[in-house]
Design a protein around this ligand. Structure first.
Ligand code: BTN
Length: 234
C-alpha cells in the first residue's frame, strides 16, 4: 500500500496538514499523520475547522497532484470507508460529506512543492458542536447513534484512499466518476454557486473529467464550474 508508508500518531497538533508541510522534505509518498485533537484545524477558504477529541483528523501526502480530481477521489474514499458499517454518506460538491443533510466530514487538499497534502476531517464521535456550527454540522455518532472505533475506521479509510488514489494515478477516471455519481447528492439538483466574481444559478447535469460541475442555467446555457461555494436550493 502507498497510503500509510510512514505513520505519525499525535495526541495534539495545530493542523495535520501543517504538520505534513514541516516534514515534507523527508517524507515519502503515503506518509499519514493522524491526530486526536487539532488546535488550529483548517477548513477550505481559510476557515477554521472545529477539531475536538472524538473526531478523525488526518492528512496524507501524495505525489500525484491533480488539484481538482484529488478532492473528488478523497470524497469517494471516505464514502466507501463507511460502507461496511451501513452508513451512507452523500457527496456535496466540491468536497463536503453529508448525512441527513448535515455536514459530517470535509476535505482540504493543499499543493506544496508539487505534492498533494490531502487533509480529511471526519466528525466521527464528536458529541456536540458550538452554536454557530450546530445548525449545519453533525457527527456520525449523533446522526446514526453508532460509535465506530477510530482506529478501525482509520485503517478502513487508509485502504479506501489507497484504492481510489490508484484509480487516479492510473487515469481510470471513468471508474472514479462512476463511484462519485453513485454517492453524489448533486445530480438534478438546483444550485447557487458563488464564484469570486459572479454567481451561477442552475440545475446540475453531471460532473466532467476534470471534476468540474456541469450546470445548466434557466436559459439552457451550460457551464462547467471548477470551484466555488455551492448551496443546494431544493
Ligand atoms: C472543509 O470542509 O472546509 C475542509 C475541512 C478539512 C479538515 C481536515 S482535518 C485534517 C486536515 N487538517 C486540517 O487542518 N484540515 C484538514
Amino acid at each position: 500500500m502507498i497510503v500509510g508508508s510512514k505513520f505519525y500518531r499525535l495526541t495534539e497538533v495545530d493542523s495535520t496538514n501543517e504538520y505534513v508541510k514541516h516534514i515534507l522534505s523527508d517524507a515519502p509518498e503515503g506518509t499519514v499523520v493522524l491526530a486526536d485533537v487539532q488546535t488550529a484545524g483548517k477548513g477550505r477558504k481559510g476557515r477554521n475547522w472545529y477539531s475536538p477529541e472524538g473526531g478523525l483528523w488526518m492528512s496524507v501526502l501524495l505525489n500525484h497532484c491533480d488539484n481538482s480530481l484529488m478532492p473528488l477521489t478523497a470524497a469517494v474514499a471516505v464514502c466507501e470507508a463507511f460502507q461496511p458499517y451501513d452508513i451512507r454518506l452523500g457527496i456535496k460538491w466540491p468536497n463536503d460529506l453529508l448525512l441527513n443533510r448535515k455536514k459530517v466530514a470535509g476535505i482540504l487538499t493543499e499543493i506544496v512543492d508539487e505534492r498533494a497534502i490531502l487533509g480529511i476531517g471526519i466528525n466521527l464521535n464528536v458529541q456536540q458542536f458550538p452554536d454557530d456550527l450546530a445548525e449545519k454540522a453533525s457527527s456520525i455518532l449523533v446522526e446514526t447513534k453508532k460509535h465506530l472505533n477510530t482506529q478501525t475506521l482509520f485503517q478502513d479509510l487508509c485502504q479506501s484512499v489507497d484504492k481510489n488514489y490508484r484509480f487516479l494515478k492510473d487515469e481510470r477516471i471513468d471508474e472514479l466518476l462512476t463511484r462519485w455519481r453513485d454517492y453524489s447528492i448533486m445530480i438534478g439538483r438546483d444550485v447557487r454557486i458563488e464564484l469570486p466574481e459572479r454567481i451561477v444559478v442552475g440545475k446540475v447535469l453531471d460532473i466532467d473529467r476534470h471534476g468540474a460541475l456541469i450546470v445548466m442555467r434557466a436559459d439552457y446555457s451550460v457551464e462547467h464550474i471548477i470551484a466555488g461555494d455551492c448551496r443546494l436550493l431544493n
